[in-house]
Design a protein around this ligand. Structure first.
Ligand SMILES: Cc1ncc(COP(=O)(O)O)c(C=O)c1O
Length: 394
């Protein structure tokens, strides 16, 4: 590939950290995970972090905590609770909603930001709505000023799937800390790479304690002595196998956390390079008649997961041809995440409702795609992409 989608950001430091854990003979969740959680939470200005084995698991635990932890969801008497979510997102942002007994209440996204449209959220609220899932798409922050206002006014829980947008911020506050919980992914193509991995951030100690139990079999073992969920007996033998939540087994590995600790130290540098690439991207592709690029909210700072284009003007509805050309030129491309998720065969398994039209999602589904961004100078790659597209448009 001349312009691949992802890039390995490890060097000898990560490898050394991983080998050190291998040599220690202690592989399962332990001190490295604890240290990583502490440093990750500190870095992003949250009080607590729970590391898990993927961003998808982070979403699963988030929704499970919402369903099962009484003090999160106070509206207990709602028979068919629904959660409003943008129709362009990721599959495993949606599944845990239904898996935990909520209906997905889909709304369209904004064509500029590609994020959930606050006006449409307001219109979608009904008597059964309990929450809003904000997904910061491709590094781009949602409009949290509006979403927070709507959530507060309607007594809704705001949750964030920040799996694609680690390091992004809105009004100088990191994304992933606006919601009552925020999920993150540490998968290969993401901002921090620990092979596989995920993190949930929260400012609530009680929620964090609940998540710690959900993460590992629902047992009480990982809870601190002082907690509101379960009074430990002081008999370690007994407390080893006391089960207090309907949990899972989604623990991370020590190797992942040890690599995460190295990567976390490099994050600012990674972001600097990603941002520099974004300046090149904007300079080349902004204000063209044949494409539309993702716009940031006025007070948002994107962490530029990738570079999205929606074909317009002369190139509108020519995505198939364009993609063929790009692949022929060894440029790796992907659709704009799920596109219009409603088009997927999996919908027959899901409990959902729709609201209004999905004009923007349909357009994104037909004309959208993205190329990669990573901590490597992409001047040559982006210029190459531009040359091909410009030739097609003229
Ligand atoms: C928005 C979003 N949520 C969740 C996930 C799942 O993360 P993971 O691949 O770590 O399971 C992804 C994956 O890219 C994603 O883009």
């Amino acid at each position: 590939m001349k312009y691949p989608l992802g890039h390995n950001s490890w060097n000898s430091e990560e490898k050394r950290a991983a080998i050190k854990v291998l040599n220690s003979g202690f592989f399962t969740m332990g001190k490295h995970v604890k240290e990583f959680e502490k440093k990750f939470a500190y870095k992003f200005g949250a009080k607590y972090a729970t590391m898990v084995n993927s961003g998808s698991s982070a979403n699963l635990l988030m929704m499970s905590a919402l369903k099962n932890f009484d003090s999160v969801l106070k509206k207990k008497n709602i028979k068919n609770p629904n959660i409003i979510a943008p129709v362009v997102g990721w599959s495993t942002s949606y599944y845990p909603i239904c898996q935990n007994g909520f209906k997905i209440n889909f709304v369209d996204v904004d064509l500029d930001t590609l994020n959930i449209c606050p006006k449409k959220v307001e219109k979608a609220i009904d008597k059964n709505t309990v929450g809003i899932l904000a997904i910061n798409l491709l590094g781009n922050p949602c409009n949290f000023e509006k979403l927070e206002k709507i959530a507060k006014k309607n007594k809704l829980i705001l949750l964030e799937d920040n799996c694609e947008s680690l390091g992004a911020s809105y009004k100088s506050k990191f994304c992933g800390t606006y919601g009552i919980m925020g999920s993150h992914s540490l998968f290969f193509s993401h901002h921090l790479q620990t092979m596989e991995g995920g993190v949930i951030l929260t400012n609530s100690k009680d929620i964090n304690d609940f998540l710690k139990s959900l993460r590992a079999h629902g047992w009480c073992r990982d809870l601190p002595k002082k907690n509101k969920l379960y009074k430990k007996s002081n008999d370690k033998f007994k407390d080893h196998f006391v089960f207090i939540t309907p949990g899972y087994s989604v623990r991370p590995l020590e190797i992942e956390a040890s690599v995460g600790l190295v990567q976390l130290k490099k994050l600012d540098k990674f972001m600097e390079i990603r941002n520099k690439n974004s300046e090149i991207f904007k300079k080349l592709f902004e204000n063209k008649t044949w494409c539309k690029i993702q716009k940031q909210e006025r007070r948002g700072q994107s962490s530029w997961y990738g570079f999205n284009l929606i074909l317009t003007g002369k190139l509108k509805n020519k995505r198939q041809e364009i993609i063929r050309k790009l692949l022929k030129n060894k440029i790796e491309v992907r659709p704009t995440m799920t596109g219009n998720f409603l088009n997927n065969p999996v919908m027959k398994f899901l409990d959902y409702k729709t609201n209004g039209t999905f004009k923007n999602a349909i357009n994104i589904d037909q004309n959208g795609f993205f190329v990669g961004n990573y901590p490597k100078d992409l001047n040559k790659e982006l210029s190459f992409l531009y040359k091909i597209l410009e030739k097609e448009a003229n």
